[in-house]
Design a protein around this ligand. Sequence first.
Ligand code: ADP
Length: 153
Amino acid sequence: MRKAVFPGSFDPITLGHVDIIQRGLPLFDELVVAIGVNSAKKYHFSLEKRLEFIKSIFSSEAKLNVQTYEGLTVDYCRSIGADCILRGIRSAADFEFEKNIAQLNSKLNGGVESAFLISAPEYSHISSSIVREILKFGGDVSALVPEKVVQEL
Ligand code: ADP
């Protein structure tokens, strides 16, 4: 059985994340969307809200699970029996960053493979940080995030 983890902050989940999840689902038997918790980091949306957004968007997806985790992603993967980390790539900068992390993860735990999906062109300009920046100034993010997030604003 192929079980993959899609880790991230999802602060908040965007249409880009949704696209990666939808395209990742047919590739695995189970996909765990895992919200990484870093107590030193300040988030815009509470952990409860971030969890609720993802759970409600994918409530009808039997192969999808939403969890939170602390610590190293590879340790988390091992603890739940996942053998793959799924990540999205939007740009050359993402590629360089992800390449380093994937190589480090492979050194930390060679049993966990990394897989990458290239962003769809219509979503490659979207990031959670851009969404947070627009929200800070009261702008409209309805073209960037799922309806569920818009309803909450
Ligand atoms: P992190 O803080 O770990 O980067 P994010 O929630 O920002 O967490 O992103 C999680 C994953 O989703 C990363 O692999 C990131 O590259 C990917 N991602 C984010 N936005 C997009 C997008 N618009 N299109 C495709 N992948 C994306």
